[in-house]
Design a binder for this molecule. Structure first.
Ligand code: NAD
Ligand code: ZN
Length: 371
């Protein structure tokens, strides 16, 4: 018989509903799965857009996809992780499609089912609620708004024990997305100009990474003044308020004719248009902000064509997580990637406060302390 253990999970019962802490049960790990005792989990804007059903993950569900914790048990096919290892949980991927084989697992052919279907790759659940009804789970191959989570071995990334585990969860999604977009996808070069449209957790991680990459002009654009001030503290050389009527003209002046690299992380189609328009010739804009499915945007075709501009979609910073997450931990421990300045800690019972503070712009990156 399948063994279960008692857990507490934050359940999203219906569209837009608050998270409710409930007693639930999780089964022991099978195959190449690991069971992780969650120490803390980041909260990312993607948790909110799924709660609000921009992406139709079936409900009721346990969300959460920036888990950090300690391996508690391993399935019989696990090879490289052992009980007691510290891990950061990242996105799920199959590991054997053309994208995975070429080192681009965030474009896995099974990305949607493995991260957003509310079940594992075979359509099965690992969680049951207090009435023995299955809960939609395996969100980003983890569902980390819970005291325990099941992931696959390949999305549980071992991190050094000298790093503060409680802070590391966001490296699994939001921070990796912003930093990886700049370093892995855009490949921003030393001396170049970079503009972050949106100075939230993703955009500010991109600002930190632009400094690591040696960009000499780093601009943050946002509507919230406190975020612009923090961007300056983190290494932005300039800031622009997105409400200004002349955003594009200001950016062209700051970058000497247009940006070499830009990142759109607001999910607003008009901001994407501004980002394209403020690129210089041969500039590239990375797109990470996620609007509702089906959203379209407009741009001037001849401006794109004559300027040799590029628009690049990016998932999870196109990172090889086994390589990139430990690299970010090392940069953090060296003081060169102070992502902890984005983090505010909350107790598990205050998870809805964390969500509200994030949506109001009070907190950049909530991290929920769980165990
Ligand atoms: P966030 O809410 O912390 O940041 C968004 C920022 O955009 C906020 O600071 C907000 O003030 C700013 N903003 C909103 N409208 C604006 C406008 N018109 N002009 C200028 N700034 C504006 O969210 P986040 O956690 O940083 O995530 C950003 C986006 O990236 C979300 O859409 C999220 O779903 C998405 N995301 C995508 C990936 C991926 O792999 N592609 C991964 C993680 C998150
Ligand atoms: Zn995320």
């Amino acid at each position: 018989a399948v063994q279960y253990r008692d857990i507490t999970a934050a359940v999203t019962r219906s569209k837009g509903a608050p998270f409710v802490l409930e007693k639930a049960r999780i089964r022991e790990p099978h195959g190449a799965e690991v069971l992780v005792r969650i120490v803390a989990t980041g909260m990312c804007h993607t948790d909110m857009i799924v709660r609000d059903q921009y992406y139709p993950v079936p409900l009721p569900a346990v969300l959460g996809h920036e888990g950090a914790g300690v391996v508690e048990a391993v399935g019989p096919q696990v090879q490289n992780l052992k009980v007691g290892d510290h891990v950061v949980l990242t996105y799920g991927y199959c590991g054997h499609c053309v994208s995975c084989d070429s080192g681009h697992a965030s474009y896995c052919a099974e990305f949607y089912p493995r991260n957003f279907s509310g079940a594992d790759a075979h359509g099965h659940h690992a969680l049951m609620d207090k009435d023995n009804q299955p809960l939609n789970d395996h969100f980003f191959a983890q569902s980390s708004f819970a005291t325990y989570a099941i992931s696959q071995e390949n999305n549980a990334i071992r991190v050094p024990k000298e790093a503060p585990l409680e802070l590391l969860g966001p490296l699994g999604c939001g921070i990796q997305t912003g930093a990886g977009a700049v370093i892995n996808s855009l490949k921003a070069t030393p001396g170049s100009s970079f503009v972050a449209f949106g100075a939230g957790a993703v955009g500010l991680s991109a600002v930190l990474a632009a400094r690591v990459a040696g960009c000499s002009t780093i601009v943050a654009v946002d509507l919230v003044e406190s975020r612009l001030a923090l961007a300056k503290e983190l290494g932005a050389t300039h800031t622009v308020n997105g409400r200004d009527a002349d955003v594009i003209a200001q950016l062209k002046a700051i970058t000497g004719g247009g940006a070499n690299f830009a990142l759109e992380s607001t999910g607003n189609r008009h901001v994407l248009r501004n980002a394209i328009d403020s690129l210089g010739n041969l500039g590239t804009v990375g797109v990470v902000g996620a609007p509702p499915l089906g959203t379209t945007a407009e741009f001037d075709i001849n401006d794109l064509l004559l300027g040799g501009k590029k628009i690049q979609g990016i998932v999870e910073g196109d990172s090889v997580p086994q390589k990139f997450i430990p690299q970010l931990v090392t940069l953090y421990l060296q003081g060169r990637f102070p992502f902890d300045k984005l983090v505010k800690l909350y107790d598990f019972k205050d998870i809805n406060q964390a969500a509200a503070d994030s949506e109001k712009g009070i907190t950049l990156k909530p991290v929920i302390r769980i165990g």
